[in-house]
Design a protein around this ligand. Structure first.
Ligand SMILES: [Zn+2]
Length: 81
């Protein structure tokens, strides 16, 4: 599968040339149950993640202002009852 390997490498090179998105990380799985995929919406420094499996909702704030020691602050938003 030499052709396929070449295509994969070329795709990786193209991806590397794209400038990084404003959000440094996008969640790919639920923080609680590891379900994937999850729904998320991004704002300037915040990602709101909702899990269709366990219905947990998280707000992940990257580089929270006034907290230089934190790279992200995670807050659970859903009702835990
Ligand atoms: Zn979940």
């Amino acid at each position: 599968m030499k052709v396929r390997g070449t295509l994969v490498r070329r795709a990786a090179q193209l991806k590397a040339s794209v400038p990084p998105p404003p959000i440094p990380h996008t969640p790919s799985r639920c923080l609680l149950c590891q379900h994937t995929p999850v729904d998320f919406a991004t704002d300037d420094h915040t990602v709101t993640l909702s899990c269709p499996s366990c219905r947990a909702v998280f707000s992940i704030e990257f580089d929270p202002p006034g907290r230089p020691e934190l790279c992200a602050r995670i807050e659970r938003l859903d009702d835990r009852d």
